[in-house]
Design a protein around this ligand. Structure first.
Ligand code: SF4
Length: 97
């Protein structure tokens, strides 16, 4: 092994215990349609957010729980995102801290 693992290698080692109940939801999807910047999309390192046709798709299964999208939506977006951690025992399990 040579040196320190890359960020991609470290993230690739993470495991996920997906909850059937999404922990990232919207108060009103119409707010996303009029959101000028949609900052949740570029700020998420896990690419959880995608704009598809007329709606925001949220792939909560791969969420890294950084909370960056929450801050972005509250400060630069239309404040539609309802952010919580996954229920106990679910979500990301980091392998490299
Ligand atoms: S930043 Fe908030 S309001 Fe804007 S698209 Fe994302 S979730 Fe919707």
């Amino acid at each position: 092994m040579s040196g320190r693992p890359s960020v991609a290698e470290r993230l690739g080692a993470d495991a996920f215990d997906t909850d059937a109940t999404p922990h990232l939801t919207l108060s009103d999807a119409k707010l996303c349609a009029t959101c000028a910047l949609r900052p949740c999309i570029p700020v998420c390192p896990a690419e959880v957010y995608h704009w598809e046709g007329e709606r925001l798709r949220i792939s909560y299964e791969s969420c890294l729980e950084t909370g960056a999208c929450r801050v972005a939506c509250q400060t630069l977006g239309n404040r539609a995102l309802l952010w919580t951690y996954p229920r106990s025992g679910h979500g990301v399990q980091y392998r490299f801290g």
